[in-house]
Design a protein around this ligand. Sequence first.
Ligand SMILES: Cc1cc2nc3c(=O)[nH]c(=O)nc-3n(C[C@H](O)[C@H](O)[C@H](O)COP(=O)(O)O)c2cc1C
Length: 187
Amino acid sequence: MKRKKIVVAVTGASGSIYAKLLLDNLKLLPGQIEKVGVVMSDNAKEVWQVELGNRDYDNYPFDFYSKMDFNAPFASGSAKYDTMIIVPCSMGTLGRIAQGISNDLITRAADVVLKERRKLIAVVRDTPFSLIHINNMKTVTEAGGIVCPANPSYYSLPKTIEELAQTVVSRVVDLAGLEQDSYRWND
Ligand SMILES: Cc1cc2nc3c(=O)[nH]c(=O)nc-3n(C[C@H](O)[C@H](O)[C@H](O)COP(=O)(O)O)c2cc1C
């Protein structure tokens, strides 16, 4: 299997734990992954501090890019990144992507992934949804993106917040085409 190049974008929706767990998971899959590029919005860093009480995103062994760095490889289709995961994805970022407003590295990278017909996974988080949010999810889906709401499942009987959040992250890892052991219904 060809090792994948993956972009992880973290935005300022609630659910920094999903970003943390995804980065933890990706760290364990070097045989399947050639590169992980990470970009965080300013609000993502604020929410991570509020919800996780640290700034540990600095410690991951990945390539970090600032949110206005249009020299990042995945700002161009020619760099051939396979998959972009936005986790969590705020309604603001979703809306900008749906309207093609590529005014920072996150929205530009998403624009690139969609135009190159590669895989975009948006782990959207808000509740309830307005019709604007729903229409933006429809637009991104019609453009080829995958909207994967941060809705945990309970049938694996998770006992901790981490186990609960991992139910979302395991689906994201599956959607990204990566092989990983996880709970599978009736397996
Ligand atoms: C603690 C906290 C939690 C938030 N949760 C959400 C959320 O769940 N969904 C959302 O769309 N925005 C949420 N926001 C608002 C976004 O951070 C805000 O709309 C921001 O402009 C998003 O910018 P970004 O997409 O560039 O990160 C939250 C903000 C804070 C401070």
